[in-house]
Write a protein that binds this ligand. Structure first.
Ligand SMILES: [Zn+2]
Length: 207
């Protein structure tokens, strides 16, 4: 019996040492990028992860836009009237805009939010000289449409599509250079808005 208890005590001691070792290993981990100490097993710290995400957003939005034209055209023949390059531009800007809007809603301190937004804006204007103008246009129509939809009876019961449709209205309006009119264009509003929202809603989520 005594031997058994001794064995248990030894095991406990070994376990404690193991735990202490892993704690001290964690303590000395530093971010590969800024060399700040980090408490977990990531390679880069959370701040550097966010900066990296801001840096690659415009590129990722463009890849998404280019890849989404043909699958959407399969369901919406009306898109054959739209130049695929124009689609790429509009859908990219919509993606960047929605990620920027989500950034505004995150609990970051002002400096960090501004730094991330500065990176996105710089990338956007380098990508296309019209990028910033289109982003501002998207922002202004989105806000106007959001307010209009939010008070309409159709959206009072079910509010989940207000953002999606406000974004989709900007997309479809710009694809055809006029307000969405027929049924196909109106259902394209919901589909394109959902597609962009679904693709980018988790953009800032840390690993
Ligand atoms: Zn870092």
């Amino acid at each position: 019996m005594k031997k058994f208890l001794e064995l248990v005590a030894e095991k406990k001691k070994a376990m404690k040492m193991l735990l202490n070792n892993s704690k001290s290993e964690k303590k000395y981990r530093v971010c590969n990028n800024c060399k700040k100490e980090i408490p977990n097993n990531d390679n880069i710290c959370q701040n550097c992860q966010l900066i990296e995400k801001a840096d690659r957003l415009v590129g990722a939005a463009n890849v998404f836009a280019v890849g989404s034209f043909v699958p959407t055209l399969d369901h919406f023949p009306i898109l054959s009237k739209v130049n695929p390059r124009h689609w790429d531009f509009i859908l990219s800007v919509a993606g960047v805009f929605i990620v920027a809007t989500i950034l505004n809603g995150l609990q970051l301190d002002n400096d960090q939010g501004d730094t991330l937004m500065d990176i996105v804006e710089k990338k956007l204007s380098e990508w296309d000289t019209d990028g910033t103008r289109a982003f501002d246009d998207c922002k202004s129509l989105f806000e106007k449409e959001y307010d209009r939809l939010a008070v309409s009876p159709e959206y009072q019961k079910d509010r989940q599509f207000i953002s999606v449709d406000a974004l989709g209205i900007w997309i479809v309006w710009n694809l055809f250079n006029r307000q969405p009119q027929n049924n196909e264009e109106i259902s394209l509003v919901r589909v394109t808005g959902s597609l962009v929202m679904h693709t980018f809603h988790n953009w800032w989520k840390l690993s």
